[in-house]
Write a protein that binds this ligand. Structure first.
Ligand code: SAH
Ligand code: SF4
Length: 345
């Protein structure tokens, strides 16, 4: 029932013979505002109605089954879906002073699929292939579960957990509409970031939706040969298709695109790549986020030395590209980007 709009709640109640308008408000309040995960908690609804709702619907599409906290306070939450599949989400607190404002403290990183079909060669989520996509209520259910765990609401939401969100647009778009609806979760679209490995048709559909969310693109290579070596998706949608699609996105979005670039030793950390990456960023007026590779057990890739990472960073800054170099939070508990996978912790 988490994926229901107010209108759908009204028809669900009507089907049970309950047509009073204030019942819809009560039910919506319990679900969206109070975050109830059991109809029995809804003490202002008649007990018979609660029982009938419980027999037909669930408010708990997933439950948190394991928790791990890193030294810096990042929390990884393992969730079990109703069919037993597992996904992970990560709660990331901003360090004091990091965001500059007290009002944006907690970021939630959520998953969009169980596993991933895109098979990037460096990523733990891609290792096992795609099991299935999350449905709308499972996408939203993560936010509710995280809110219960944290005891507070999220300030920022990023789709950087398991899966490729733009390969699941059918469920992503309805979820985004509810998440951003002021009557429901009311998270501002400008505090939501969708990260994509470059799924061009998905990108076009997201643009057409008109939702003013932020976009992060996992570029990880400034030429087709480097990109294709580590990201099979590049063979399907090479830079010649991806970059014009990003240009189109940029034309209708108010926000700067972020180009994510993980630095992998000997693969994409050469000065020529830095220079070509600067060309792309310049053309898109994008900012660049450099992330030294987080090692994944069983994979051969290595993180460049600190001085190599700094040299790459400086090369972009020298070209006046707004660039950050950040070491991921939560790497010690495998909660950093790309370390999430479908297994028990
Ligand atoms: N499928 C989407 C979103 C999930 S991955 C995407 O690819 O953008 C979230 C981010 O983690 C992506 O930028 C991805 O490239 C990055 N990532 C994957 N494996 C990583 C690793 N081992 N170290 C650092 N970042 C990694
Ligand atoms: Fe999938 Fe993103 Fe991992 Fe690539 S980086 S395998 S697209 S989750």
């Amino acid at each position: 029932m988490l994926s229901f709009s107010q209108e759908q709640l009204a028809s669900a109640l009507a089907e049970l013979g309950e047509t009073k308008a204030y019942r819809v408000t009560q039910l919506a309040d319990w679900i969206w505002k109070k975050g109830a995960d059991d109809f029995e908690q809804m003490t202002n609804l008649p007990p018979a109605l609660r029982r009938e709702l419980a027999a037909r619907y669930t408010l708990r599409p997933l439950s948190v089954v394991e928790r791990r906290t890193s030294a810096g306070g990042t929390r990884k939450l393992l969730c079990r879906l109703q069919d037993g599949e597992l996904v992970e989400m990560v709660l990331i607190p901003a360090a004091p002073g990091e965001t500059g404002t007290r009002s944006r403290r907690l970021t939630l990183c959520i998953s969009s699929q169980v596993g991933c079909a895109f098979g990037c060669k460096f990523c733990a989520s891609g290792l096992l292939g795609l099991k299935r996509s999350l449905d709308t209520s499972e996408i939203i259910g993560q936010i509710f579960a995280a809110r219960r765990e944290a005891g507070e609401s999220m300030d920022n939401l990023v789709f950087m957990g398991m899966g490729e969100p733009l390969a699941n647009v059918d469920n992503l778009l309805p979820a985004l509409r509810l998440i951003t609806d002021a009557r429901h979760l009311g998270i501002s679209p400008r505090h939501i970031t969708i990260s994509t490995s470059g799924n061009v048709p998905g990108l076009k559909r997201l643009a057409q939706s008109g939702l003013p969310v932020r976009l992060a693109v996992s570029l990880h290579g400034a030429t087709d040969d480097v990109r294709s070596r580590i990201m099979p998706v590049n063979k399907r949608w090479p830079l010649g298709e991806l970059l014009p699609a990003l240009k189109e996105w940029q034309a209708c979005s108010k926000h700067m695109i972020t180009l994510e670039y993980i630095l992998i030793a000997g693969v994409n950390d050469m000065p020529t790549q830095a220079d070509l990456l600067a060309d792309i960023a310049q053309r898109l007026r994008a900012k660049v986020n450099l992330i030294p590779y987080n090692p994944v057990p069983g994979l051969e890739w290595r993180r460049p030395t600190e001085s190599a990472c700094h040299a790459f960073w400086k090369a972009l800054l020298a070209r006046h590209i707004p660039t950050t170099l950040r070491y991921e939070k939560g790497a010690d508990i495998d909660a950093a980007c790309g370390q999430l996978r479908r297994r028990m912790m």
